[in-house]
Design a protein around this ligand. Structure first.
Ligand SMILES: CCCCCCCC/C=C\CCCCCCCC(=O)SCCNC(=O)CCNC(=O)[C@H](O)C(C)(C)COP(=O)(O)OP(=O)(O)OC[C@H]1O[C@@H](n2cnc3c(N)ncnc32)[C@H](O)[C@@H]1OP(=O)(O)O
Length: 252
């Protein structure tokens, strides 16, 4: 716990998280380098958060974990600013969600990599399921296929458990919402929101195993996009979904 931050046990975490050697914080071309450096730092901090979450739910030696956490807490003390006497979070932390409406601040939007599309779901992703810089996210790594469908891949560690040894159904639904939402936004499409999402849980979705989440558009009717998708482990489809994404009227 006191060594350099590492990705959590999920394979996808490793894929999404730059290691120390890759962190783009070396001196270079001014503002872009600084933004990239902050991004790499955020992703490493999130990876540490994931590792901590896994340790908290799975540690066998609780006394050792407690000692490690005391040491870590002492090192990190003051990181988020001085704690108010009444124990409430610092004011800037509480203000942030309302301030950026679920997107990253505009100043960071330039950090989107060349391999990412400009879909509103992908741009500046800070969601709790697919963002590499959000420690709540495994993260699910989502790619767009040549046919326009979206594919997400992740291996979910113990903190995502619902019933013993199975991924929580709400997390399965969350993965589908994000991947179908990604598929619902081909390049240039107006932002649309999940109006209906129906999930059938067909079989256990295993923890700590590679999962593939697929989403695709079945048909479009004006501002309505009808989606379908699956969650699979190997050849086993563990869940399937259908959904409706609707662009608000004013968006056309
Ligand atoms: C994916 C979003 C991307 C865009 C964001 C860009 C910026 C952020 C960037 C990066 C962040 C990434 C974020 C990832 C997000 C992951 C997914 C989510 O969590 S989405 C949040 C949860 N969902 C909501 O908050 C929607 C809440 N609902 C609404 O806001 C409205 O209901 C809305 C805009 C969706 C529709 O409003 P109306 O007033 O137009 O609704 P009416 O007219 O009643 O229905 C629309 C059409 O749908 C049909 N419809 C309704 N229910 C139906 C049903 N059950 N079956 C079939 N059709 C149905 C209706 O008949 C109507 O069709 P007819 O216009 O008449 O042809």
């Amino acid at each position: 716990m006191t060594s350099a931050p590492q990705a959590g046990p999920g394979a996808a975490s490793t894929a999404n998280t730059p290691d120390a050697a890759d962190a783009p914080d070396a001196p270079g071309d001014g503002a872009a380098t600084s933004a990239d450096g902050a991004r790499g730092l955020a992703e490493r901090a999130a990876a540490l958060g994931r590792e901590l979450a896994t340790a908290l739910v799975s540690a066998g030696d609780e006394a050792r974990l407690a000692a490690q956490l005391r040491e870590l807490a002492a090192r990190l003390g003051g990181l988020a600013g001085p704690a108010p006497a009444d124990g409430t979070p610092p004011a800037d932390t509480r203000a942030r969600p309302a301030a950026h409406h679920g997107q990253e601040p505009a100043s960071r939007s330039g950090a989107v990599g060349p391999d990412e599309d400009d879909s509103p779901v992908r741009r500046g992703d800070i969601t709790p399921i697919s963002s590499p810089r959000n420690p709540l996210a495994p993260p699910l790594v989502i790619e767009r296929e040549a046919d326009g469908s979206a594919v997400g891949r992740a291996s979910l560690p113990l903190q995502y458990q619902g019933p013993p040894e199975r991924v929580h159904g709400g997390i399965v639904c969350l993965m589908l919402d994000q991947v179908l939402g990604s598929a619902a936004h081909p390049k240039g499409a107006a932002p649309a929101y999940t109006r209906v999402l129906e999930v059938e849980y067909l079989a256990a979705t295993p923890l700590d195993a590679p999962l593939t989440v697929r989403g695709w558009i079945e048909r479009t009717e004006g501002r309505k996009r009808f989606l379908a998708g699956t969650v699979a482990h190997g050849d086993t489809i563990t869940a399937r979904a259908t959904g409706l994404w609707v662009a608000p009227r004013e968006a056309g």
